[in-house]
Design a protein around this ligand. Structure first.
Ligand code: SF4
Ligand code: SF4
Length: 448
């Protein structure tokens, strides 16, 4: 789609308008929170009125206020992810345009324009979390999302960083039992109402393949026609074969009955090998790659999307991951690389790295461009552009004093993380020794 045309039509509605605020939603049914899109912070869904109007899982009063701001041309502060990209020098397309031009959004532009900001609207893209049970403890993840991290924080308490509530427990592990949970009940009631409109349903976690509701969903989708639907399931792929066998079997059945349009498996890794295992504690990199190949082979009609949340620990090993994915792409036409940048916690974000680390990212982008092809064997322009956006964002210089504080937090976090998980940052990332020393110096200059 012509990017200039898209941005003009979107900006004609208002310079802060974004279809994702209306049509895309991420709902955490365990903690009762919602956000649109997934970049802004989550906010609470009131239980009152939910039984009568389950669309409140998406259409909260708070979200309607953000839609109102967008229609008035005011930038909602919660969408800073996009404003950061749009404010970097040069011409850049933020997710506001990328998401708005997606297949689940663009055809609905005129319909959304006709609606009042106060109206309830049916989303076309729903991401849902049924359960927070997770076997991994990724460095950037939160106690409310992963039961393993919940256990870590319960045992050790907060990290000594300035935002000490990061990763911390915000409430009980589960406010409701899965059976009594009003948000899960509302979701099952609401889901059939979406059958004609839903283009994407994405199940996230926790680890979704450990949630019984994921299996229930697969059964529902064998019975009700969701003709436009692309079903997407997130998984860390580090699970026993028995769980994967059942899941693959059910997924094959759904594709066979043609009750949905397509199937995508989203799997996560942020860099290569041992360094990836350091970022995502509990990840077994070799098992991950083995299972990527297995899904590509066993579900040839589905796509496997490797999601990479690019962060400061991704940088030094990233080229090897790019090389590995390129090799896999040559064998499997259904494999895609999807890149986003980590914003939170800020002490792990790639933009606070030093100039020598940033130049590695630039070299990797150059290498990726050299392997860009349109025949499916190399990286697509979409994949390359996503990395180019990240590298551009990393170049953006920020307040030096603030950067020094953030690096000081990095030093505190890494040392504590190593103690908790019996790991060694310097042994795993010898290439980052210089940056580690810089962060140590910054720690001693840190101002609170
Ligand atoms: S403006 Fe950006 S952050 Fe906000 S909803 Fe749209 S895509 Fe998401
Ligand atoms: S696998 Fe997902 S839910 Fe589990 S800790 Fe990692 S990011 Fe969080």
């Amino acid at each position: 789609m012509d990017k200039t045309k898209v941005s003009k039509k979107i900006n004609d509605v208002s310079p802060s308008f974004c279809l994702a605020k209306w049509l895309q939603v991420t709902i955490d049914l365990v903690n009762g929170t919602t956000h649109s899109c997934h970049h802004p912070k989550r906010h609470h869904i009131p239980v009152e009125g939910l039984e009568d109007n389950p669309s409140q899982l998406h259409n909260t009063h708070f979200k309607k206020q953000q839609r109102k701001l967008m229609l008035e041309g005011v930038r909602p502060p919660e969408c800073v992810y996009c404003w950061n990209i749009e404010d970097t020098p040069g011409e850049h397309y933020s997710d506001r345009f990328i998401k708005s031009s997606d297949d689940w959004a663009w055809p609905y532009l005129d319909e959304v324009k006709k609606r009042d900001w106060q109206d309830d609207i049916k989303p076309t893209y729903v991401e849902v979390m049924f359960d927070n049970t997770c076997n991994l403890s990724c460095s950037y993840c939160l106690a409310e999302v992963s039961s393993s991290i919940y256990g870590e924080m319960e045992k050790h308490g907060p990290y000594s960083v300035r935002a000490s509530d990061h990763r911390m427990i915000q409430g009980p592990l589960k406010r409701y039992s899965q059976e009594e949970n009003p948000y899960i009940k509302a979701f099952w009631k609401w889901l059939p109402e979406l059958k004609n409109d839903l283009e994407v349903l994405r199940v996230t976690g926790g680890e979704p393949l450990l949630a019984k509701e994921t299996n229930e969903l697969l059964e529902v989708l064998q019975k009700i026609d969701f003709k436009k639907l692309s079903l997407s399931i997130n998984t860390n792929l580090c699970l026993p074969d028995k769980i994967l066998d059942t899941f693959i079997e059910k997924s094959k059945n759904i594709l066979k009955t043609k009750k949905i349009k397509s199937f995508d498996l989203f799997v996560s890794v942020d860099t290569y090998g041992k360094q990836a295992e350091y970022i995502r504690k509990g990840l077994d990199y070799d098992l991950f790659i083995k299972n990527v190949k297995r899904f590509c082979e066993e579900l040839p009609n589905g796509r496997v999307i490797i999601m990479c949340t690019y962060n400061v620990l991704s940088i030094v090993g990233f080229k090897k991951l790019l090389e590995e994915v390129l090799e896999l792409k040559k064998s499997y036409g259904n494999l895609v690389l999807d890149l986003s940048y980590l914003r939170d916690p800020e002490y792990l974000k790639a933009s606070m790295s030093c100039s020598s680390l940033k130049s590695i990212a630039e070299d990797d982008l150059h290498w990726m461009k050299q392997h860009q092809t349109d025949d499916g064997d190399g990286y697509s322009s979409h994949e390359v552009n996503k990395f180019a956006r990240i590298v551009n964002w990393m170049k953006d210089s920020s307040n030096k004093k603030e950067m020094s504080n953030i690096r000081g937090d990095f030093f505190s976090f890494i040392n504590e993380f190593d103690k908790r998980y019996n790991s060694s940052f310097l042994e795993t990332f010898p290439e980052m020794k210089e940056f580690y020393i810089l962060a140590k110096k910054n720690k001693f200059l840190q101002t609170f």
